[in-house]
Design a protein around this ligand. Structure first.
Ligand SMILES: Cc1cc2nc3c(=O)[nH]c(=O)nc-3n(C[C@H](O)[C@H](O)[C@H](O)COP(=O)(O)OP(=O)(O)OC[C@H]3O[C@@H](n4cnc5c(N)ncnc54)[C@H](O)[C@@H]3O)c2cc1C
Length: 422
């Protein structure tokens, strides 16, 4: 693998039959997560594809000429022409190998794949997830001298990384950007000696034998496992939602309602959380238009009565959202009246979506005790129904899901495990 400057680009990339380029920056967590994977892949594919690294800040003109505007960005070239997708953000090893394979013939692919050997390593505690619950647990465990590995399918920080501002986490008198809190937690864990395996594919999880396979060929064996994979808001899966998430579309009233002082917002949903959260949001905003698919709210009676008595809330029954769009600083919500199919646009300053949450547990195949909504049941030590398996944070069955409650769970799980293992 070669580190090059702009002036070498023609010779080292464009004149090569096949090349892959990693534009990286310093102080860039996703670049740090990518570096070992890029190096490992260069050992596997390096005799067939030219591997190149370019420091983006030091080669700005070249980067902007190639349309590279964030780090890391991985580009692929064949006979001097850029080919395939542009990879950015939390780049997985499998994403790069898929593109590398596409540069090779079928025979060459077989040769390279034959080189991949299964790897196995062991640790005291493996934590699935890298959000606040996981990071807190990992800090306690590493400080107790237990070998701890954090495995996340994305980058560390969890939902906090995507939170605009956090103003209720103790120790920070001024609102703090979510990504900064996530960064501080991650750095603290790394300083404590926690091993981070970020942006990996979790191939399989065997809770009974405490074995997790990542990126297809790497088996991690642990004495204890903590499941801290969090929960995700149930998306509506309609056009514009993904693009505007965090840029006008929010899934958390506690976090974001205060940014809409005297503004107009749309709330999607009519169940308990939509109705209760709307009551909270109404303390800040000028008006709320609630969009609900049924002809009556599905929240409990008391919440409904409060909602109907709230002059700031108007409800559009029998309507469903179809698409979101941003026009200047307004969000346009396209809604459909279900009985007639008539469509209209709602113009607002922001949208809150309360279509429910779902725990991130798709990778768990074993039978583990859960509540009726699919969240993991634990005892007071955060121990689950499977011996040696703990759970912490939003994935756990409980009433309130916040950063502080997640870090509390992580603390308890770590202390219980430390006691067991020492
Ligand atoms: C928009 C928004 C704003 C919020 N604002 C606030 C706020 O201001 N204050 C507050 O206290 N709380 C806030 N919350 C809630 C808070 O973020 C969560 O309660 C908290 O992050 C939960 O932490 P966690 O570690 O349990 O899970 P998460 O933060 O959800 O982290 C889980 C991690 O697990 C990873 N993961 C998922 N599946 C797998 C898998 N199969 N294998 C490995 N890893 C996996 C994810 O990539 C993620 O990094 C907000 C939530 C949202 C969505």
């Amino acid at each position: 693998m070669l580190e090059i400057q702009s002036e070498d680009f023609e010779r080292e990339v464009l004149q090569k039959e096949r090349a892959v380029v990693d534009f990286y920056s310093t102080e860039c967590p996703p670049c740090e997560a990518l570096a070992p994977k890029f190096e490992e892949l260069s050992r596997l594919y390096g005799d067939k594809i030219h591997f190149v690294k370019i420091f983006r800040q030091g080669n700005r003109e070249l980067a902007s000429r190639l349309g590279v505007s964030s780090s890391p960005t991985v580009l692929f070239f064949k006979n001097g022409k850029q080919t395939g997708e542009v990879l950015t953000g939390a780049i997985k090893k499998s994403d790069i190998s898929r593109h590398l394979d596409s540069l090779l013939s079928a025979d060459e692919q077989l040769v390279v794949h034959a080189r991949i050997k299964p790897v196995q390593s062991s640790c005291d505690v493996l934590i699935l997830g890298g959000g606040p619950a996981a990071l807190t647990a990992s800090i306690y465990l590493a400080q107790a001298k237990l070998k701890t590995v954090v495995v996340d399918t994305g980058l560390a920080g969890g939902q906090v990384s995507f939170t605009h501002k956090v103003s209720n986490y103790p120790g920070f008198p001024d609102p703090l950007a979510g990504y900064e809190l996530a960064y501080r937690m991650t750095e603290q864990a790394k300083k404590a000696g926690v091993v981070m395996r970020l942006a990996v594919d979790v191939t399989s999880v065997d809770l009974n034998n405490k074995q997790v396979i990542i990126d297809d060929n790497e088996t991690l064996v642990a004495k204890r496992i903590i499941i801290a994979t969090g929960a995700s808001p149930r998306p509506l899966n309609i056009p514009g939602e993904k693009e505007l998430k965090g840029k006008g579309i929010s899934y958390c009233a506690t976090c974001d309602a205060k940014y809409y002082q005297n503004k107009e917002v749309v709330v999607i949903g009519g169940g308990n959380s939509a109705v209760e959260e709307s009551d909270f949001i109404s303390r800040f905003v000028a008006s709320i238009t609630m969009v609900h698919q049924f002809d009556a709210l599905t929240a409990n009676k008391e919440a409904q009565e409060k909602c109907f008595a709230n002059e700031k809330i108007k409800i559009l029954f029998l309507h469903e959202p179809r698409a979101f769009e941003k026009k200047e600083d307004k969000i346009i919500t396209l809604v459909e009246h279900l009985p007639t199919g008539e469509k209209k646009q709602l113009v607002s300053d922001g949208v809150f979506v309360f279509a429910g949450m779902r725990p991130n547990l798709e990778m768990i195949k074993e039978k583990i005790a859960m509540d009726e909504w699919g969240y993991i049941k634990t005892d007071d030590d955060m121990h689950t129904s499977i011996a040696g398996v703990f759970a912490a944070g939003d994935v756990v069955s409980k009433k309130y899901r916040q950063i502080t409650t997640a870090v509390a769970d992580g603390t308890i799980a770590a202390m219980a495990i430390s006691k067991e293992l020492q």
